[in-house]
Design a protein around this ligand. Sequence first.
Ligand code: UD1
Length: 307
Amino acid sequence: MSLYLVTGGAGFIGSHLTQALLQRGEQVRVVDNFSTGKRDNVPAGVEVIEGDLADDGVAARAAAGCDYVLHEAAIPSVPRSVKDPLGTHRANVDGTMQMLVAARDAGVKRVVFAGSSSTYGNSAVLPKREDMRPAPITPYALQKHVGEQYCQLFTSLYGLETVTTRYFNVFGPRQAPDSPYSGVISLFIKAVLAGQAPLIHGDGRQTRDFTYVANVVDGVLRAATAEAVAGEIINVATGGRISLLELARSLQLIIGTDIAPTFGPAREGDVKDSQADIFKARKLLGYEPTVPFEEGLRHTVAWFKAG
Ligand code: UD1
């Protein structure tokens, strides 16, 4: 049994990781500032440290005695970073830096960092491969890129094992639709279940590699313990690409409604197309996405309906 620190463990992805670790018989500690995370997301019996990783001393307290760190804590929103570059920098860069220093000092075996597909920017080449040149076009994308670069530096300079798993538009149960900055799938489900039209920013032809959260959990847990991956950056996604128009249509079919979406102006800093090449994850992690998009969407709708 190992002790895992899940930062942002009360949030969407962090809480799924926590649950999966407990199911595997591992021990989990969560650190969260509850800015977007919720106490109800943390299973009973899990040790919780309430604090902001960007504040001095919090990361050190959280990392003490841990074998692995899964660093999920972040303000994960492109538009929010455009609006608030300073606040998101503090959470996404300062928090990560504090976490890396603390993990190094605590002798942690490995840190797995939640990277982002936004790092690829708007280059036309698809699918996105990890050896492509990063081209961030928003503060969020740059902050996540800085985080992964710091991870690699800590590996080469201090010998701290790190792996960055680059996520591609993760969705699933517990993704909160309670802010205009929430992930599009949670917002669309909330709207359609309330009998309202989903709002599409732009023409809806933009595409995303929407990834069901169980696939991400599998990829991250593999990244924590796989051999010979220190310093690597690895896409964790499905390898597909769905337009927002298709997403809206699939949701109407699953929910059994027929509400036409409404259209608004395209979002500032929005990437046109995003699709992962997952060859590297397959090769280095033995990863294979097991829950396809439609199935994940059905699970997610069912969860929203039950809530
Ligand atoms: C980006 C990253 C993703 C990261 C996420 C964190 C890319 C390609 N992806 O996702 O890796 O994890 O940030 O938040 O950069 N939209 C609507 N209506 C809405 C809300 C959104 O049409 O009500 C549109 C957006 O304009 C966008 C798409 O849906 O085109 C997805 O938006 P969102 O869910 O916010 O995620 P990204 O910004 O794509």
